[in-house]
Design a protein around this ligand. Sequence first.
Ligand SMILES: [Zn+2]
Length: 358
Amino acid sequence: MKDTFREKVRHKFMSIAKKHKILTLPCFVLMTVILLMYYICMHFATNGKRYVGVALSLLFFVSSCSFSFAVFTGRSGFIKTQESYNEVVAYSDVELAAQVEVDPDDSLLNEGEDALKGYDASEYIGDEDAYTLDDILESAEHYTVGDKNQDNDPETAEGGAGAEETLTFDSSDWKLVLINKQHPIPEDYSFKLGSIKGYMKCDERIIADLLDMMHAAKADGYNLVIKSPYRTDDRQENNFNERIKSYMNQGYSYMDAYKVASRVITIPGSSEHQVGLAIDITSDTYSDLEQGFGETGAGKWLEEHSCEYGFIVRYPENKEYITSIEYEPWHFRYVGKDAATVIMKEGICLEEFWDKYL
Ligand SMILES: [Zn+2]
């Protein structure tokens, strides 16, 4: 069969070349090319299995290399497992840093810096409604939690002089739930949404302390504005996907877009806004979600006093290597008064608090 085909081609071209001397060279070249193609095809046909094997090996290598890491492992945050949440958080600082470290020389991320301004890493803030204390008080009758003097915090009730020495924390305490890229929201996590005016929603257990804090700030001359309370899972996912799309439109590959997006918006399933424990707060004189807020009077007041009401600056300055989120002086997380006071006094972030106390 092989010889027959080769002979056929040879005879055909030789007869053409004999008739038209001028076509000798083109005929010879064409014949060589055709025969070469033929032999290459025959080679692949007879060695098919070998090439399939090589292709599979390549595929395995690509899927297991670090470049594809975020897509193929549970750490992406898309995969929520109870096990991953239950794992005792016992990272040393070094281990933790290794997991979340962002290479400072990564030019791509540095290019993305500009994009960080004005975005909350937990949310993309677009057309948000903002709520001042006056707005909230205007319709206090809609305040669904009701008695704000009721003490929702048993730890505080036990507190008092000397209590500091005996402070213990419970890792199953809802107030202390650790939510980040490594610890997505537990699947069985449940909470009750409370609302003020029917639409400013957050975990109802934190509203009393939140209002106390807003009152205290007002008494000191700062009108705080709540910008972003509870967000639905869908909203978070849409925000994240929109962000990836916009980076891809700027020419980033999917993986690069994912990498930058996950630094400015929390990966769906790992935002504290999704469990109603995080509130973005600015003031009536500085309403942008920008790092400059930390330098304002209201920003400084909050940094100093928020712990008295159970809130912490969740993504502090100089802890980016642990939180993997840029400094956000506007993003406050409720952890309860005791934990907030410890975190504030020791200048640690929530991850470090878990490492040390839970
Ligand atoms: Zn936030």
